[in-house]
Ligand binder design. Structure first.
Ligand code: FPP
Length: 231
């Protein structure tokens, strides 16, 4: 969800005002996704690197996140949305973590859509953590080293149980993955738009989905094989 800062500074506003507008985009995109039947939506709200930002900005983002969780819970219940979080959550301020846990708990049986919030998240950290978990299982004799395959790795990532994304949308024209879901994005279609996140709303989201429909997902096969399968 990139471009909040630029959206604000280009208007002579403070960066946090861009994040506030970004929060409105979050609400609209979640609503739209639910309405059109998307089952899983992951939002990269705060990276493990974002802790290095000025203290004021970090505090403001944490405040926004907490208020979002507080005010959106009713809507999530009404719309049967489950919320889960991935990331190094121990680093979050205590009150944000407890809000997050309480929303996760309240929504855990909702089954129309899962919103996965990546906060204090970094994919390399996630992979390192999974590797440590697997190494311990091997050490304890619960798993044979020869049985460590892609499925075992996937099951030990924070996203265990959530399908790999079909589509990655990156706003504000950045052509990087920025340490986001590095394992899970192996075959994901990537859509980059110059639109800044605060301006990324329903119409822009629907455009991205329309564009996705035109992609041929070959998973390494040839175009002919793909056509024969009628996939
Ligand atoms: C990156 O844009 C955005 C962030 C680091 C924060 C994203 C937060 C929100 C969209 C609002 C709060 C989220 C929720 C889920 C309520 P940037 O600040 O790097 O923008 P820039 O590249 O233009 O400087």
């Amino acid at each position: 969800m990139d471009g909040n800062g630029r959206w604000a500074t280009s208007r002579g506003l403070r960066r946090i005002q861009g994040h506030r507008r970004g929060k409105d985009s979050v609400k609209e995109i979640v609503e739209t996704a639910r309405e059109i039947g998307i089952e899983y939506l992951t939002l990269y709200a705060f990276s493990s690197e974002n802790w290095e930002r000025p203290r004021r900005e970090v505090d403001a983002l944490m405040g926004l996140l907490r208020r979002y969780l507080k005010t959106e819970l009713n809507k999530m219940m009404r719309n049967e949305i489950r919320l889960r979080a991935i990331g190094n959550l121990r680093k979050l301020p205590r009150e944000v973590l407890s809000e997050l846990r309480s929303v996760e708990k309240a929504t855990r049986h909702n089954d129309k859509m899962t919103v996965q919030l990546a906060v204090s998240y970094g994919a390399r950290e996630e992979i390192a953590l999974a590797t440590r978990k697997i190494a311990r299982q091997v050490r304890d004799g619960l798993l044979d080293a020869g049985d460590v395959d892609e499925e075992v790795i996937g099951d030990n990532l924070m996203t265990a149980g959530i399908p790999d994304p079909d589509l990655l949308i990156r706003t504000s024209g950045e052509m990087r993955l920025s340490n986001f879901l590095l394992w899970q994005l192996a075959y994901t279609e990537i859509y980059v738009t110059d639109i800044l996140w605060p301006d990324f709303r329903r119409a822009e989201f629907l455009d991205a989905l329309e564009h996705y429909k035109t992609r041929q997902r070959r998973y390494g096969k040839t175009g002919e094989q793909f056509a024969q399968q009628g996939a």
